[in-house]
Write a protein that binds this ligand. Structure first.
Ligand SMILES: [Zn+2]
Length: 85
């Protein structure tokens, strides 16, 4: 029975997790309330694309939500969710 020596103790450890936390600060993910079912859902806003409006299906009830995004100078100014009929 050969017991090979383990080198586990020499690894740098979990420094990866602390490095990722920086990205979450600017991650353009926002929460809106579904105008149909009232559930809070998260959407990703691309602020570099400027003001925009688009339709995204609710993750809960699958109804089409019209999302309007107002962006000024790369900052999210306003975010609205309406029924996109
Ligand atoms: Zn919904």
């Amino acid at each position: 029975m050969a017991c090979s020596p383990s080198v586990r103790g020499t690894e740098p450890g979990c420094s990866r997790e602390s490095g990722n936390s920086r990205m979450t600060e600017w991650l353009p993910e926002r929460r809106i309330q579904c105008p149909y079912c009232g559930e809070s859902i998260s959407i990703v806003v691309d602020v570099s694309a400027g003001s925009q409006s688009y339709v995204e299906d609710c993750q809960v009830c699958c109804e089409p939500i019209e999302i309007q995004v107002d962006i000024e100078a790369g900052n999210l100014e306003d975010l609205r969710a309406d029924r996109g009929i």
